[in-house]
Design a binder for this molecule. Sequence first.
Ligand code: UT7
Length: 346
Amino acid sequence: MRGTTITGTGMYVPERVLSNRDLEKLVDTTDEWIVDRTGIRERRIAAADQASSDLALIACQRALEMAGVDAKDVDQVILATTTPDRILPSCGCTLQRKLGATRAAAYDMLAACTGFVFGTGMARGLISGRMADTVLVVGVETLSRIVDYTDRNTCVLFGDGAGAALFQACEFGEGVHAVEMHSDGELGEVLEVPSGISVNPASEQTVARREHFIRMQGKKLFPFAVRSMEDATRKCCDAAGWPPEAVDLFIPHQANRRIIDGVRERLGLPENKVYVNIDRYGNTSSASIPIALDEVVRAGRLKRGDHLAIAAFGGGATWGASTMTWTMPLFTGGAPSASATDGARA
Ligand code: UT7
């Protein structure tokens, strides 16, 4: 028996900042409303020539560099996204080519904002089942491509970015203890892009009706988000044998500051144990947890032996969580090297 653990993390966000003040010029909203109702102050927007695979590439290069692993030694690339470059080839395969992960099986996973949690579950299954030794999981989104900037209900929420984590084998009992993965297709309409591939293929009519953009019933999602993340986190804590208060750091999906606060209060965690960066990036869906994870790792906030919990919910509906004992020593490596920032517009 062997365990599964994270040995490297990386993130990348595009250079362009879209502030709440910028959005005030596009729709009937205010900086005060957005900050008060969501906690978001700004979000990043990919340049016209930046595809999801480009964002993912930089995050993955940084994760591999931190782990000291060559791209050629990666066995599987799991790319979680709702905004792939296109339908065919998969974004995972495009990333594999750009990264030079020539030995890897690469593919996309569509689990919306829960994509990184589902990727964690798959990496653990592959490694513990000895189907792979080295699995790269990347959450990446260019949500700005499917956000309707005439719809104030959604356009204030979402941003672009990528976050990656490299999973490898470790001592049994260390690393990932538990992963909860859940779906409820009955809730599909709550967050959807109404037209697409086999349902309502793109036509002049679907474009005119703006049916290729995100539509969301935010009020219905809100209580579901709080309940589902609390429940999945509690189950993962139980499986790890920890009471929730034994968690040293909790990284929830960054969808709304009030949702994060609701989950934190229900779990009985103090504010200093919950990582929040929604003010700077908004909701980056599948990328939000690995972006946050890379920030805490590089800031030296996770050390060997710490108890980490992550949790997410999203369209589908999907939700899940994971608990893990951190196995990496305190990170003191500084900023990623120039070779891991090729193509970045920093
Ligand atoms: O990752 C998964 C993706 N989705 C989510 O996580 C979303 C979860 N839901 C939410 O975060 C919140 O429900 C929202 C932030 C989307 C909305 O907050 P809310 O407190 O639930 O507001 P509401 O939908 O009840 O709307 C309150 C009012 C409405 O006006 P009326 O009908 O009361 O006159 C909205 O039209 O606020 C209005 N409103 C806005 N006003 C100014 C909605 N969006 C805006 C806006 N600026 N951007």
